[in-house]
Design a protein around this ligand. Structure first.
Ligand SMILES: [Cu+2]
Length: 503
């Protein structure tokens, strides 16, 4: 309010000056036109001088009032250097600003048009040209060199501390998802597709990757004083910007393009509060809490990209603590896996290890070159594709009685071959999926497909395969492989598929 009043008074004062000048000009014009013109140019000079003084006083006032309210000192190693760069630039700019503006306005005042005075014509001076070209060139080159040097240090991957911690931050409208790798220090893989990204697994974490089992989401970002941290940044929807003002960190979060930032915090939250308790502005009472401002000081993560209507809500607290406090906090975190594992479908719980040696002498009967048996053996032996849960193979010679889950005798040959493959590869496990076309009721199709898949499983068990190595599930008319509009396509959809995993 006071600021507004001061401003209003200044504006009014200025308007009064203008009116006085206008009035006196009009008055004198009535007497003598020429003198009025001289007077006007004299007044212009005074105004320009007044403006110069007001501008400097105003700028100085802003600095005095706003500096203590600005984001306090940097609390990261690179941040101190960033500030030094910023301040150096600021000082140079200020010097140039004061000199040029003072000269500009003073000259306008000092050499305003007056009777009998003629302007000196001074079109060119090589020495001056050289001076005002060379000096800014040197200064700017220096500033840019300093900036490049610091930039290289900030982003130099080789120079990074191998013992740094890694925190993964994913931005979305309108929140931050902060993932820690847990005690193993390794993040579980993420698979960005519709199957994996669900309301309960927004990051698309692959739960079959054991590294994910101790990953946890943190509601606050905890960092350790003196311990470098690499933020791995991403976004799920639109552009966001990861902004840690106190650490002088700002990095865009771009959907599809991972970015990162390396920071070493130097001051714990408590130490920062202690420091701020000595600063005058921070000692003033915050009307919202009724306490001195320093008491409720927190480091903050904010979004610095206007990303939508609730952009302002994208905040998170950052807490810098000692290693001991961090370990304590870490031990209290619950892995995401704990809360989701009971809801996970069976098919993602398979985890596999190394391949066994290829077996070439499997006695296959009736399997053509391109039969499912040969495909399966090739897949099992292909070490470059040890696990691929999306790869299913369709049985080509399993036959059921129409509308029933009873296997026909002709199916035996292929089932025997499967048994031979499973016996040759003891670590291999099978997931058997049953499918139908879309004729009839979906519920009936689902039931029939499930029964058929289980019939295959039962048959393999009868032939000596351990039940623990087999799994069967019906999917009804879901996941068609052919066009249900044609008889040919429907025949393709009525099928038993199999997927290989290894223990
Ligand atoms: Cu945002």
């Amino acid at each position: 309010m006071t600021t507004f009043l001061v401003f209003a008074i200044l504006v009014l004062f200025f308007m009064v000056l203008v009116l006085i000048a206008k009035a006196s000009e009009l008055a004198s014009e009535l007497k003598d036109g020429k003198r009025a013109y001289d007077n006007q140019s004299k007044w212009n000079g005074y105004f320009l001088l007044f403006f110069l003084v007001a501008m400097f006083a105003g700028s100085a006032y802003c600095f005095k009032v706003l500096m203590p309210v600005m984001v306090p000192k940097a609390v990261s190693v690179h941040g101190v250097k960033t500030d030094l760069l910023f301040n150096t630039t600021m000082v140079i700019i200020l010097i140039v600003f004061v000199l040029t503006q003072a000269a500009l306005f003073y000259f306008a005042y000092r050499y305003n048009e007056s009777k009998g005075h003629q302007a000196y014509f001074y079109p060119h001076n090589n020495t001056l040209e050289v001076i005002w070209t060379v000096i800014p060139t040197i200064v700017l080159t220096g500033l840019i060199a300093m900036g490049m040097y610091e930039w290289m240090h900030m982003f130099n991957v080789e120079a990074r501390d191998k013992k740094m911690m890694v925190v993964e931050v994913t931005a979305k409208q309108f929140n931050w998802m902060v993932r820690y790798s847990g005690k193993d220090g390794k993040f579980g893989d993420r698979i960005i597709d519709q199957e994996h990204i669900t309301p309960t697994n927004e990051l698309g974490i692959d739960w079959t990757d054991k590294n994910s089992h101790d990953d946890f989401l943190a509601d606050k970002i905890y960092l350790v004083k003196g311990k470098p941290v690499l933020f791995k940044l991403g976004a799920q929807d639109v552009l966001h910007s990861f902004f840690l003002p106190h650490f002088r960190v700002k990095m865009d979060c771009v959907p599809g393009i991972p970015t990162e930032f390396y920071v070493e915090p130097t001051t714990t939250t408590v130490e920062m509060q202690e420091y701020l308790s000595t600063q005058p502005w921070w000692q003033t009472i915050n009307p919202e809490t009724g306490e001195p401002r320093w008491k409720t000081f927190k480091y903050e993560l904010a979004c610095a990209e206007l990303c939508g209507k609730s952009h302002y809500g994208m905040q998170k607290e950052v807490v810098v603590v000692t290693q001991q406090e961090y370990d304590e906090w870490l031990s209290k975190q619950t892995a995401m896996y704990e809360s989701v594992k009971s809801t996970l479908p069976e098919k993602t719980e398979v985890v596999l290890a190394s391949m066994e040696a290829p077996v070439s002498e499997i006695d296959l009967k009736g399997a053509a070159e391109t039969g499912i048996e040969n495909q399966l053996i090739a897949f099992i032996n292909d070490a470059s594709r040890p696990v691929d849960k999306t790869t299913w193979f369709s049985f080509d010679r399993l036959l059921f009685e129409t509308g029933k889950a009873t296997l026909k005798a002709e199916s035996n040959e292929q089932l025997d071959n499967m048994v031979a493959i499973l016996n040759a590869h003891p670590a291999v496990e099978l997931k058997i999926g049953g499918y139908t076309d879309n004729v009839g009721k979906a519920a009936d199709n689902l039931k029939l497909s499930d029964e058929r898949a289980k019939a295959v499983k039962a048959e393999l068990e009868k032939k000596g395969i351990a039940a623990s190595r087999l799994n069967a599930e019906g999917y009804g008319d879901q996941f068609p492989v052919g066009d249900n509009k044609t008889e040919d396509g429907r025949a393709k959809n009525r099928r038993i598929d199999v997927r290989v995993t290894k223990k």
